[in-house]
Structures are given as structure tokens and as C-alpha cells.
Design a protein around this ligand. Structure first.
Ligand SMILES: Cc1cc2nc3c(=O)[nH]c(=O)nc-3n(C[C@H](O)[C@H](O)[C@H](O)COP(=O)(O)OP(=O)(O)OC[C@H]3O[C@@H](n4cnc5c(N)ncnc54)[C@H](O)[C@@H]3O)c2cc1C
Ligand SMILES: NC(=O)c1ccc[n+]([C@@H]2O[C@H](COP(=O)([O-])OP(=O)(O)OC[C@H]3O[C@@H](n4cnc5c(N)ncnc54)[C@H](O)[C@@H]3O)[C@@H](O)[C@H]2O)c1
Length: 483
């Protein structure tokens, strides 16, 4: 007989876990269906292992930039120890901790592959090979199934056994020569990590590095990669790839040259994991992102008894492929599903309790390269596309004592994008060592719509990196008192 729950969540990544958590907190009966590891991509193959692989190199280079400490650290990175720390943080790819947490909040974990079979009905093929199980949802189904890497259709590539991000983040081996196809965030972070660990890295970048960010930040990252010995080849693509008899990967490039490596990492973007989910039984297109409104309800699926029943959040909706933003969507989704199920008021207005408004205004992100890039909101180019009249004060960190004290020859820049009509910050980009911690200040300024004239009263402590805010305000100009 079918088991019945108030809410069925497909996927126990960070996003599915948070939908379940909020709905459970309101007292709903929740089932979570997971066909792999509870914790998903971020915990086991993405954020956590990539950041632990990067951290050792960043820490070593930070010490090398401070006389006194530099003399004390004369050796190279210890790859084995770096991998061991990564293995600790990924619990050696075991999810007992996640399962303990999920059952601790009172959700029911169903191990298997779930797919929709019409309105509020899910079929699960159990991981252990048992008979298919039917689950029924009294109120809602939330699809939180994440995304998959895209492998371009380059002749021979698939047969050459390329690395995708999971291979790079879970490897216990440092390839002597690593070729990377792509110039986005995965490519840049893995180039930084593996160059630090001792690989000879060559990046094949069809267009620019980190294309969605401010060009000055990408330029600084390019210089940082060069300092690490990474060769970045712009405007070059692979025409054909093959693994030869010596187990080398040979890439035939469209500038008529050849690149030989021990491994090739494909880092050319991701697509929503929306096939094999039975989405067509709800009238949706498999393979596409699931389009949702700001309460995360699927816009193309009709409501039942006046309430939406199909929700989606995280990478599968394609609004902002970051764990933190997916979890933000998940909190709104879990709360609104509960509110609608329990007949409680719904606050779906701009910045309402149940609306993921910040998806449109203030998505923060950090590229953990060396230097780091921290950004939130609009770039100058995006503001121009929206027809906004903006001021864009920009300063080097050489004007900030805290930066000079943090590291000798500190290199970095910062830029604000200020909506001139409303006199509020709508975007910020920082590049430099340790700038990741500056992003939240900008996020608060944007979401809070704090007038720039008021920011002059938010005094940064001396001598911290945050003093860059003062320099940015000075570059923008001290407010004048009206006659
Ligand atoms: C290398 C790399 C590094 C990254 N670093 C960062 C970072 O530093 N910071 C950051 O914010 N973001 C980072 N990201 C992005 C981040 O990993 C994703 O945005 C995040 O994991 C999305 O979470 P999710 O829950 O939507 O998807 P996932 O984590 O992919 O979870 C989806 C879950 O659903 C399960 N599932 C799928 N289909 C089914 C089904 N039919 N039945 C049952 N279960 C199913 C999967 O097994 C998985 O557990 C990184 C991404 C990559 C690739
Ligand atoms: N620190 C973080 O927050 C972090 C880290 C890693 C990944 N992520 C998330 O994961 C997502 C995926 O990252 P990604 O780097 O794979 O994607 P991306 O979209 O950032 O970059 C893809 C890159 O591949 C290039 N490309 C695309 N097709 C190509 C082809 N056929 N040949 C050559 N180059 C090609 C693009 O020009 C671009 O440079 C990101 O959008 C991000 O949201 C976040």
C-alpha cells in the first residue's frame, strides 16, 4: 500500500534537506527520497572538497607573503596531508552524519530513485533493488535534484575518460600534467588547487576567464594563475581528444597545436538534473530548468484546490547555482508549503517571508582562487544592460593599510555599483587575498537598501580590509548638504 506524507522531497542535497527542515519545523510529515548520498553534491563532491583542497595552498601562500612567517615555511605543500584533510571533511564519502541529522528532524528517508507519476504521486525504485514503492503527497512534492556537468561533444573526449568536477575534487592523485577545458569557476578553482599541489596546469579558455564577473577581477585572477605557473591559453578549443597507448591524453587544438597531459578536466558548465524524473507527467519539459515563481512553486503546473503542489529549488531551477542561494530558496519553499498546507497567511511580496526575492537582487558568490573574488548583485555591465544610471567608484587595496599589513605586495581592487537615482548600492566586487569576508557587508547594504549617505556612518575598524569601504565612499564623493 502507498505511504502518504504531507510533503515529498526529491533529493537530499543541501537544498532538499533545508526544504524538509522548514516543513518539519512547522509539523508536516515529510519524506525525503535520495538515490545516492544524503548531503548531495556540495558536501561530497563540490564546495567542501574543493575548498579543503584549495585551503592548504592558500594558507601556505598567505604565510609566504609575511616576512617572519615566510622564513618558517620553506617546504612545498604536502599533497597526502591535503587529501587526508579533504577526506575528513567529506567523511570519506559516507553519509551517516547526514542520515542522523535527517532522521533527527523527524523526516523519513527513502533510499532510491524517485520520479513523479502524476499529481502528488511519486514512484521510488529502491537503491537496494527491492520492489518499486508508491508515495502519495497530501500537499506538495518538492524537486531538489541538483545539476549534472556538461561534457561537450568533442570527438574522442568521452572515450578519453575525462575528469569532471567530481573526479577533480575526489582524486587522491596529483596528475603531473593537467589540461583543463573551460574558464569558469570550476576551471579556475581546480587550476589553483592542482597547480598548488604540483601539477603542470594548462587551461584552454574559449572566451574570457570568469565571464560573468567584472573584467578587472578576472584580470587579477589571470595574473594569480600565471604566478602559480598555470598556462592560460585564450581563444583555443580542442578539436579532438584521445588517450594514447602510454595513457596520456592528447588534445588536438584548433590553433593546429597539440597538448599532451596526464588528465583532462572538463569544466564547461552544468545542466539541471531534470530528466528521468517523470516531469512530463506534470506537464513539464524534461531536461530544462524547472521554472518557478518567488515562492518556488512551478509556474507551469496548475494549482490543486487553490494551492500549488509542485515546487522546485536549488540547481534544478537554474536561478543561481550556489549552495547558499539554494538553501535560501529552500527555506522559503519549506515555509510556504507548510503555510499553505496549514491554511496560514502567506507573505509572498517583495522580500516577504515566503519569497526568494534576493535571487533577483543580491546573489553573493566567492571564487576561491588566489586572489579571491567576492561579488554580489550587479556588475557594471549588468547595470548598463538594465538601463540603470550608476556611479562605479573603484579603488586599489593599496590605499588600505589593513591589506598591506595582511600581506606584503598585497594586490587587489574593489568596485561598487551604485544606483544613482536611488543612491543605494546594487552591486559590489572585491578581488584580493581574504576578500571573501567582505561580501556579506555588501549583501546587507544591497538587501537593506541602505542609502550611500548613511554608509558614511558605518565606520570600518582600523586596520582591517573592511576599510576599503571608506576608500570606496571617498572615491564616490562625500555627500554635500543642500543649500
Ligand atoms: C566543483 C564545484 C564546487 C562548488 N563550490 C561551491 C561553493 O564553494 N559554494 C557554493 O555556494 N556553491 C558551490 N558549488 C555549487 C553547489 O555545489 C550547488 O549549487 C549545490 O550543490 C546545489 O545543491 P542542490 O541540493 O540543488 O543539488 P545537489 O547537491 O546536487 O543535490 C541533489 C540531490 O538529489 C539527488 N537526486 C537527484 N535525482 C534524484 C532522484 N530522481 N531521486 C532521488 N534522489 C535524486 C542527488 O543524488 C543529490 O543528492 C560548487 C559546484 C561544483 C561543481
Ligand atoms: N565557489 C563557488 O561558489 C563555485 C565553485 C565551483 C562551481 N560553482 C557553481 O558551479 C557552476 C558550474 O561551474 P562551471 O565552471 O562548470 O561553469 P561556468 O558556467 O562557470 O563556466 C563554464 C566555462 O566553460 C566554457 N565553455 C562552455 N562550453 C565550452 C566548450 N564547449 N568548450 C570550451 N569551453 C566551454 C565557458 O566559456 C566558461 O568559461 C557555476 O555556475 C557555479 O554556480 C560555484
Amino acid at each position: 500500500m502507498a505511504r502518504e506524507f504531507d510533503l515529498i522531497v526529491l533529493g537530499a542535497g543541501a537544498v532538499g534537506e533545508n526544504v524538509a527542515d522548514r516543513a518539519r519545523a512547522a509539523g508536516l510529515e515529510v519524506a525525503v527520497v535520495e538515490h545516492q548520498l544524503v548531503g548531495g553534491e556540495c558536501t561530497f563532491w563540490a564546495c567542501v572538497p574543493s575548498k579543503t583542497l584549495l585551503r592548504s595552498g592558500l594558507a601556505l601562500r598567505a604565510a609566504q607573503r609575511v616576512p617572519g612567517a615566510a622564513e618558517a615555511v620553506t617546504g612545498r605543500l604536502d599533497a597526502e596531508a591535503t587529501f587526508r584533510r579533504r577526506d575528513y571533511w567529506t567523511s570519506e564519502w559516507r553519509d551517516a552524519g547526514g542520515v542522523h541529522w535527517l532522521t533527527g528532524i523527524g523526516a523519513v528517508l527513502v533510499r532510491g530513485h524517485g520520479r513523479l507519476a502524476g499529481e502528488r504521486r511519486v514512484l521510488v525504485t529502491p537503491t537496494d533493488g527491492g520492489p518499486e514503492e508508491e508515495l502519495l503527497a497530501r500537499h506538495a512534492v518538492a524537486v531538489c535534484t541538483g545539476s549534472d556537468p556538461v561534457v561537450p561533444d568533442i570527438p574522442g573526449l568521452a572515450d578519453a575518460g575525462p575528469w569532471v568536477s567530481r573526479d577533480a575534487t575526489s582524486s587522491h592523485r596529483v596528475p603531473g600534467r593537467l589540461a583543463i577545458i573551460g574558464g569558469g569557476v570550476v576551471a579556475v578553482e581546480m587550476a589553483t588547487a592542482y597547480a598548488g599541489l604540483g601539477s603542470e596546469v594548462t587551461m584552454l579558455v574559449r572566451h574570457g576567464l570568469l565571464g560573468s564577473l567584472e573584467p578587472f577581477a578576472a584580470e587579477a585572477v589571470g595574473e594569480g594563475l600565471a604566478d602559480l605557473g598555470v598556462e592560460v591559453r585564450f581563444g583555443v578549443s580542442a578539436r579532438r581528444v584521445e588517450r594514447n597507448g602510454s595513457n596520456e591524453v592528447v588534445l588536438d587544438l584548433d590553433d593546429d597545436s597539440t597538448l599532451t597531459a596526464d588528465e583532462v578536466l572538463v569544466a564547461t558548465g552544468r545542466r539541471p538534473r531534470s530528466t528521468g524524473l517523470g516531469l512530463e507527467t506534470a506537464g513539464l519539459e524534461p531536461g530544462s530548468p524547472i521554472e518557478v515563481d518567488d515562492t518556488l512553486a512551478a509556474t507551469a503546473v496548475p494549482a490543486v484546490d487553490g494551492a500549488p503542489w509542485l515546487y522546485a529549488a536549488g540547481d534544478v531551477v537554474g536561478r543561481a547555482e550556489f549552495t547558499h542561494q539554494g538553501k535560501y530558496q529552500a527555506r522559503a519553499a519549506g515555509d510556504v508549503i507548510a503555510a499553505r498546507a496549514l491554511g496560514r497567511p502567506v507573505d509572498a511580496g517583495r522580500y516577504g517571508v515566503h519569497a526568494a526575492t534576493a535571487d533577483h537582487t543580491a546573489v553573493p558568490s566567492v571564487v576561491f582562487s588566489d586572489p579571491e573574488v567576492g561579488s554580489v548583485g550587479l556588475t557594471s555591465a549588468e547595470a548598463a544592460d538594465r538601463g540603470l544610471a550608476v556611479r562605479t567608484p573603484e579603488v586599489p587595496f593599496s590605499s588600505v593599510s589593513g591589506a598591506g599589513i595582511l600581506a606584503d605586495d598585497y594586490r587587489g581592487r574593489a568596485r561598487l555599483v551604485i544606483d544613482a537615482d536611488r543612491d543605494v548600492v546594487v552591486g559590489a566586487t572585491f578581488v584580493g587575498q581574504g576578500v571573501s569576508e567582505l561580501v556579506q557587508q555588501a549583501t546587507i547594504a544591497i538587501v537593506g537598501e541602505v542609502p550611500v549617505s548613511r554608509l558614511w556612518h558605518a565606520v570600518p575598524a582600523f586596520p582591517t580590509l573592511s576599510e576599503v569601504w571608506l576608500r570606496l565612499l571617498e572615491a564616490d564623493g562625500r555627500p554635500e548638504v543642500a543649500e
